[in-house]
Design a protein around this ligand. Structure first.
Ligand code: GRF
Length: 189
């Protein structure tokens, strides 16, 4: 089960790796569904074209974070997934939700955690004069961008980098480490 909010390039990398690395045959694993909190998320249309079950749950249609998370939980649990993969899912989840999926909820964050939790990671890395940046796949805990680190990738920060150029370099590595992290978890499940 993959949760997205936007372009879904990490989701696509995972879907493609699932195919090329034959996750179904090797681990009995398939992508149960892709769920977005934005109906217009380009990644959702892509997933649908691939024949994957999709659902959109607009968080604006709910009175509270708890109400949205309850609806999201119901949608996810219909599929009884072994893993819930956050791939650019831009909503903070309630502690109750996180606890419910403890041990099977993972996220990718575009920094070398524990440095730069939160937003604008590439801009902040450049402003701090970091020589290296990267991305982290981690287990989700109720503290934002914390939790056990499962995979990391490092890239150099180049002298002329902008947040965009650095972000593109990091994103290319995200597409390598996220499928790898998921595959490792499937292999030990
Ligand atoms: C990635 O940079 C990810 O690290 C962050 O949001 C972005 C999502 O990109 N959490 P995409 O939707 O997977 O293309």
């Amino acid at each position: 089960m993959i949760l997205i909010s936007g372009s879904g390039s990490n989701m696509a990398a995972i879907v493609e790796t699932a195919r090329t690395q034959r996750w179904q045959a090797r681990f009995g694993a398939r992508i149960a569904a892709v769920v977005s909190n934005k109906a217009a998320a380009p990644g959702l249309a892509w997933a649908k074209e691939q024949g994957i079950a999709t659902a959109a749950l607009d968080h604006k249609g709910y009175d509270s974070r708890e109400a949205f998370d309850a609806a999201l939980k119901a949608e996810i649990d219909r599929h009884a997934p072994a893993l819930v993969v956050l791939a650019g899912f831009m909503r903070i989840l309630t502690p109750g939700f996180v606890q419910h999926y403890e041990g099977r909820l993972i996220n990718i964050h575009p920094s070398l955690l524990p440095a730069f939790p939160g937003l604008k990671t590439h801009q902040r890395a450049i402003e701090m004069g970091c020589r290296f940046a990267g991305a982290t796949v981690h287990r989700v805990t109720s503290e934002l961008d914390h939790g056990e680190i499962l995979e990391q990738a490092v890239v150099p920060v180049l002298p002329d980098d902008t947040a965009e150029s650095l972000g593109a370099r990091v994103l290319a590595q995200e597409h390598v480490i996220y499928p790898r992290a998921v595959e490792r978890l499937l292999a030990v499940a």
